[in-house]
Design a protein around this ligand. Structure first.
Ligand code: ZN
Ligand code: ZN
Length: 73
């Protein structure tokens, strides 16, 4: 996953389920939110692919549209 750090915008490295920014020396837990309703998305893993699904009526959400939130660990 290529995700910019929410603080310094540098790319973060995957660290298990979390992401790590070497620059800030912090770890963040990503949370996928629906861009339409703002609710957390369910993660569906199938055959190595990961899909994000909104159970609040918006259905499958393209990765490009996901509203990522990061909480510091
Ligand atoms: Zn950073
Ligand atoms: Zn939604």
């Amino acid at each position: 996953m290529e995700s910019p750090c929410p603080v310094c915008a540098r790319p973060m490295a995957a660290d298990g389920e979390a992401l790590r920014c070497e620059h800030c020396r912090r770890r963040y837990q990503p949370q996928a939110l629906c861009p339409d309703c703002g609710q957390p998305l369910a993660v569906l893993k199938a055959c190595g692919a990961v899909d994000y699904f909104c159970f609040h009526g918006d259905g499958l959400v393209s990765r490009k549209r996901i509203d990522w939130r990061y909480s510091a660990l």
